[in-house]
Design a protein around this ligand. Structure first.
Ligand SMILES: Cc1ncc(C[n+]2csc(CCOP(=O)(O)OP(=O)(O)O)c2C)c(N)n1
Ligand SMILES: [Mg+2]
Length: 365
């Protein structure tokens, strides 16, 4: 028998609609209406403004840690707006704009990073899972929700965020495989920001693209320009509509870049060059979309200024509410892990209590 080349039916495509200066490729225009376009712009500014505040708050000891989305705002802000209230969004940990869009109060987003359990509680009626820090575990949850939708005969879809590093975890492959076999209504949305802490993309996988991993599981992959709001919006809409219509899962790889630190406990200068950061800085999704909106005639300096003041106020009010609701008992860090505290922790707790006493720090309420 002759050898022959097997060509999979599934495909991978790449989509970019705005160039680096915000010029539109009219043949690919998703015809985003002006209100929605301005709304996505505002969401991206909320995410960036919150990022800046959170880094400062962490440095001041007002939250424990924070993982900024600086440079990646287009991904989650343009993708989450595609989801209807009955659809589910399963988050990773770099999507503050998505939480805000789905009605999570700003202070609740801050509470998560401040170590408060309330930061994990979705607002009444929101079909969202909270932040998932354990890498890729949320992909299996997303697959499970999509399976439940299918069993119940619903026509909704699930959007699941993850990072490039998460694609090396077993959970991701199990979720992809199951979603493919059972033809589930789920879109796996990889934010390929080129780094998993200090591990670069080329040490994460030998695949030419992350999108092509879909082919092995029997569905299509779509690689998007992750700093292009229009490409993200159009690509997510298309795959989500396909899922809702019974067309099965998709894998999106949004090619983007983490301009900031991995988290506040990271110093990226130790593992990447200033030139690389400068190259991506030029593709910052916010000025790029801003330029597009100005060229389209829906944004001018006056309106941009109004949106910025509005955003500052939204974030400031959220920070104020977080601060007003803070009631910290440092001894709480011993409280929630064990029903009965082991002897060495009883000792540590007592030692800590005495230290707080000596320093005059309030505790034990
Ligand atoms: C199961 C698990 N292993 C390790 C970690 C520590 N950790 C936190 S973020 C991270 C890198 C994740 O990289 P990626 O998936 O690319 O997401 P990004 O941080 O770039 O958004 C690691 C290894 C973790 N949180 N969970
Ligand atoms: Mg990454």
């Amino acid at each position: 028998m002759p050898r022959k080349v097997i060509t999979p039916k599934q495909k991978i495509e790449y989509l970019s609609i705005l160039d680096g200066d915000g010029n539109l490729d009219e043949t690919l225009d998703p015809k985003l209406d002006s209100d929605r376009a301005l709304y996505i712009y505002k969401l991206m500014l909320v995410a960036r403004c919150l990022d800046e505040r959170m880094i400062k708050m962490q440095r001041q000891g007002r939250v424990g840690t924070y993982g900024p989305c600086h440079g990646q705002e287009a991904c989650h802000c343009a993708a989450s707006v595609v989801m209807a209230p009955d659809d589910w969004i399963v988050h990773a940990f770099r999507e503050p704009g998505s939480f805000f869009h789905r009605g999570w109060p700003i202070e609740r987003i801050i509470q998560f990073w401040g170590g408060y359990e309330e930061g994990c509680c979705p607002p009444e009626g929101a079909n969202d899972l909270p932040i998932a820090v354990p890498i890729a575990t949320q992909t299996v949850h997303a697959m499970g929700i999509a399976w439940a939708m299918k069993l119940r005969g619903k026509k909704d879809a699930v959007l699941c965020y993850l990072g490039d590093g998460a694609t090396s975890e077993g959970d991701f492959h199990e979720a992809m495989n199951f979603a493919g076999v059972y033809h589930l209504p789920v879109v796996f949305f990889v934010q390929n920001n080129q780094w998993a802490i200090s591990v670069p993309r080329d040490q994460q996988t030998a695949s030419e693209t992350i999108a092509q991993k879909a082919i092995a599981y029997g569905f299509d992959g779509l690689q998007l320009d992750g700093n292009d709001v229009l490409a993200i919006y159009a690509g997510t809409k298309e795959t989500v509509e396909k899922a809702r219509g019974g067309g099965g899962p998709s894998l999106i790889e949004a090619v983007t870049y983490r301009l900031g630190v991995h988290t506040t406990a990271d110093d990226p200068k130790k593992y990447r060059s200033d030139e690389e950061v400068a190259r991506w800085q030029k593709l910052d999704p916010i000025p790029r979309f801003h330029n597009y909106l100005v060229k389209r005639g829906v944004l001018d300096e006056k309106l941009a200024g109004e949106i910025e003041s509005d955003v500052l106020e939204i974030v400031k009010a959220g920070v104020d509410r977080y601060e007003a609701g803070r009631d910290v008992d440092p001894l709480d860090c011993f409280t929630h892990m064990f029903s009965e505290l082991p002897a060495e922790l009883v000792e540590q707790r007592e030692e800590f209590r005495q230290a707080l006493e000596r320093e005059g720090i309030a505790h034990g309420h």
